[in-house]
Design a binder for this molecule. Structure first.
Ligand code: NAD
Length: 319
C-alpha cells in the first residue's frame, strides 16, 4: 500500500478519497526535525503539506523514497520546487481551490473598512451610555461601495474572482497585470442568464492614481521587495483603502503605518504579514486596520476542494 503523510492535515473529503483509492494515509503531525527519519522509517511515498512544513534540499536529498510532494493551497515558497523536480519528484499544488474564499475575505475587509465595522466591533463590548453616542458619531461617516472604483493588482484566479464580487456591488473595476491584456469575467446570477464583462488591463500608475480601493493578488516579487512604498502611496487618492491578502511584504508595512497615521491612506485590510506568525502589533492593532491571521483559504468549502483536488492528482500520478 502506498503511504501518504499529510503532515499539516487534510480535509475529511481528501482523506476519504485517498483511502477509497487504496492509499494508506497518515495524518499525524511530525515535527520538522523528525520528518526525515519518519519519512524513511515509514516508507512514505507522498508528503503533503500546507504552509507550516518546509520541504528543502536537505530533506529531498535524505529521502530517496519520496515520489511526490503535494501542497494543499497555492504558494509553494515552503518547498524547493525546482530542486525536487530536478530529482524526479512530482510536485503538485491546488491553485484553483481557494480563489472564491480569498475573494470573499477580501470583500469582508472592504465592507469592514467602508463602515468601520472593525473598530466598532473592538469598542462596542465595553461601550457606556455616553460613549455610544460618541462612537455613533465617530463611525457614522461610512461610504457606499456602489459607484466607487476598485483597482486589482494581479489579475489571475483570485484577482478575477474579486472582480466578480466588485461588479456585483456596482463598483467599476480596473486591473493591472503585466502578463495579461484582458479577462472575461462571468457572473453567475441565480435565476438569470450569465453576464460576461470583459475587463482590459490598464497601467500600474493610472490604477493607483484613480482607485478608491486597491487590492493585491500577486505572487511575492522575486526580488522580495515591496510593490508599494511611500512613493506609490503618495500617488494614490487621499483616503484610499488598501487590501493585501496575497503575501506579507507586498506592501511596505512601516510605510503603510506612516500613511495611515497621516491620513493619506484611509484604511488597510490585511490577511498576510511580513513577519508571520508574529506580525507588528502597531499594525494589527492600528485603528484603521482590519486584520485577519492568514485565513483567506480557511473555509470548509475551500479545504474540502483542496483535499479532493490533491486526492485526484495523487491517484492520477501513482496509477
Ligand atoms: P495566480 O497565479 O492565478 O495570479 C497571480 C497573477 O499575478 C498572475 O496573473 C500574474 O500574471 C500576476 N502578476 C505577477 N506579478 C505581477 C506584478 N508584479 N504585478 C501585477 N501582476 C502580477 O495566483 P492566485 O491564485 O490568484 O494567487 C494570488 C496570490 O494570493 C498569491 O500570492 C497567493 O500566494 C495568494 N494567496 C493567499 C491566500 C490567503 O490565504 N490569503 C490564499 C491563496 C492564495
Amino acid at each position: 500500500m502506498i503511504k501518504v503523510l499529510a503532515n499539516d492535515g487534510i480535509s475529511p473529503e481528501g482523506e476519504s478519497a485517498l483511502k477509497a483509492a487504496g492509499f494508506d494515509i497518515i495524518t499525524e503531525n511530525v515535527s520538522q526535525d523528525q520528518l526525515i527519519d519518519n519519512i524513511n522509517s515509514n516508507d512514505i511515498a507522498a508528503l503533503l503539506v500546507r504552509s507550516a512544513t518546509t520541504v528543502r534540499e536537505d530533506l529531498i536529498n535524505a529521502c530517496p523514497g519520496l515520489k511526490l510532494i503535494g501542497r494543499g493551497g497555492v504558494g509553494m515558497d515552503n518547498i524547493d520546487v525546482e530542486y525536487a523536480r530536478g530529482k524526479g519528484i512530482e510536485v503538485i499544488n491546488t491553485p484553483a481551490s481557494s480563489s472564491q474564499s480569498v475573494a470573499e475575505l477580501v470583500f469582508g475587509h472592504i465592507f469592514s473598512l467602508a463602515r468601520s465595522i472593525n473598530s466598532s466591533n473592538a469598542k462596542m463590548p465595553t461601550v457606556g451610555d455616553t460613549e455610544f453616542k460618541a462612537l455613533k458619531k465617530a463611525y457614522g461617516k461610512g461610504v457606499e461601495l456602489r459607484g466607487r472604483q476598485i483597482g486589482i493588482i494581479g489579475f489571475g484566479r483570485i484577482g478575477q474572482s474579486v472582480a466578480k464580487y466588485a461588479l456585483g456591488c456596482g463598483m467599476s473595476v480596473v486591473a493591472y497585470d503585466p502578463y495579461m491584456d484582458s479577462a472575461d469575467i462571468t457572473l453567475q446570477i441565480a435565476g438569470a442568464d450569465d453576464v460576461t464583462v470583459t475587463i482590459k488591463t490598464t497601467d500600474f500608475d493610472s490604477l493607483i492614481a484613480t482607485s478608491d480601493v486597491i487590492t493585491f493578488h500577486v505572487p511575492m516579487p522575486a526580488d522580495g521587495k515591496p510593490l508599494i512604498n511611500t512613493a506609490e502611496m503618495e500617488k494614490m487618492k487621499d483616503g484610499a483603502i488598501l487590501i493585501n491578502a496575497a503575501r506579507g511584504g507586498v506592501i511596505n508595512e512601516a510605510d503603510l503605518i506612516a500613511a495611515l497615521d497621516s491620513g493619506k491612506i484611509g484604511g488597510a485590510g490585511l490577511d498576510v504579514f511580513e513577519n508571520e506568525p508574529t506580525p507588528r502589533m502597531d499594525l494589527v492593532g492600528h485603528s484603521k486596520v482590519s486584520a485577519t491571521p492568514h485565513i483567506g483559504a480557511a473555509t470548509g468549502e475551500a479545504q474540502a476542494r483542496i483535499g479532493t483536488e490533491l486526492a485526484e492528482k495523487i491517484s492520477a500520478f501513482f496509477n
